[in-house]
Design a protein around this ligand. Structure first.
Ligand code: PDD
Length: 278
């Protein structure tokens, strides 16, 4: 596999980052994951805009222009012959002598790699996933897509230990989001409910697209908090992210949601998302 590191396309075993890189020492970095379907990048512009926002919230310089970033994405997809999968991009504040304060003249690091993966026909989309709820113990700026992913990793392990696929995080009695995805329910009246935007969740690029498609299809949408109790009693539940698109959730904390199979709204939204993206 060919990866991109600070201007070079290299075999992965030759790619190197300094041990003093602040991404490594302080998790002082941000990232994006963009999906590839039929060799085409999905929603690159949305990801580039969110990256710019993450960088600006952290006073981190952009290593290259967003146009150059698009070229690097395309080049890497071509070189690795990715028909379907993901492009991972990470920007850190770069190498500097270890100091909590930011370096005066940061030299940001830019790393990209690809992962070939079956996304559109992922078998799990037919059966749906099971989740548990856990406390949300992340920091308060989840709208910035930083590489501090230890708590989401721990959440994923808690899910595995419970024999399920993922965890929904709860704060002050309300669901924030999944470990690496946005969370939704569909009420018995057919309204799609997902948490409103704020510092408490990542502003998903897939979320924005799916809500747009839902509204275009005359589906009712409410952006507000919901509880685990409301979710257990919902007609349907699902998650969205660049790596799962729209993925039905069929069980929460051991309780079946709806009839325990992917619901019609989630199924329809997944179809629409794939039609619009391909
Ligand atoms: N995760 N919420 C969190 C906490 C996330 O990490 C992600 C994405 C999302 C969905 O955002 P988007 O629709 O822009 O992918 C929501 C990526 C896929 C990851 O970490 O691999």
């Amino acid at each position: 596999r060919i990866v991109y590191v600070n201007g070079d396309y290299l075999p992965e075993e030759d790619a190197k980052i300094s041990v003093f890189d602040r991404g490594f020492l302080f998790a002082d970095g941000v990232y994006e994951v963009t999906s590839v379907l039929g060799g085409k990048l999905i929603d690159f512009e949305g990801h580039a805009k969110r990256l710019e926002r993450s960088l600006s919230e952290l006073d981190m310089p952009a290593p290259v222009t967003m146009d150059a970033l698009l070229e690097i994405h395309r080049e890497l997809v071509a070189r690795n012959e990715v028909h379907e999968g993901l492009v991972y991009l990470q920007v850190t504040r770069g190498a500097a002598d270890r100091d909590f304060a930011y370096p005066a003249e940061p030299k940001p690091s830019l790393v990209l790699f690809t992962q070939t993966k079956t996304l559109a026909d992922a078998p799990v989309a037919k059966t749906g996933i099971k989740v548990i709820s856990i406390e949300d113990q992340r920091w308060g700026r989840r709208d910035i897509k930083t590489v501090q992913l230890l708590y989401p990793s721990m959440g994923k392990m808690m899910a595995k230990a419970a024999g399920v696929d993922d965890a929904w995080m709860v704060e002050d009695g309300a669901v924030t989001e999944g470990t690496s995805n946005n969370a939704y329910i569909v009420t018995k009246a057919g309204t799609i409910v997902t948490r409103h935007l704020g510092n408490e969740i990542l502003h998903g690029i897939t979320r924005a697209a799916v809500l747009r498609f839902a509204r275009e299809a005359q589906m009712a949408v409410e952006e507000r908090s919901f509880t685990i109790e409301e979710a257990k009693d919902a007609a349907e539940a699902f998650i969205t992210s660049a790596s799962t698109f729209v993925m039905p959730v069929v069980e929460l904390d051991g309780a079946q949601i709806g009839d325990g199979t992917p619901g019609p709204v989630a199924t329809r939204l997944r179809e629409i998302y794939l039609e619009e993206s391909l």
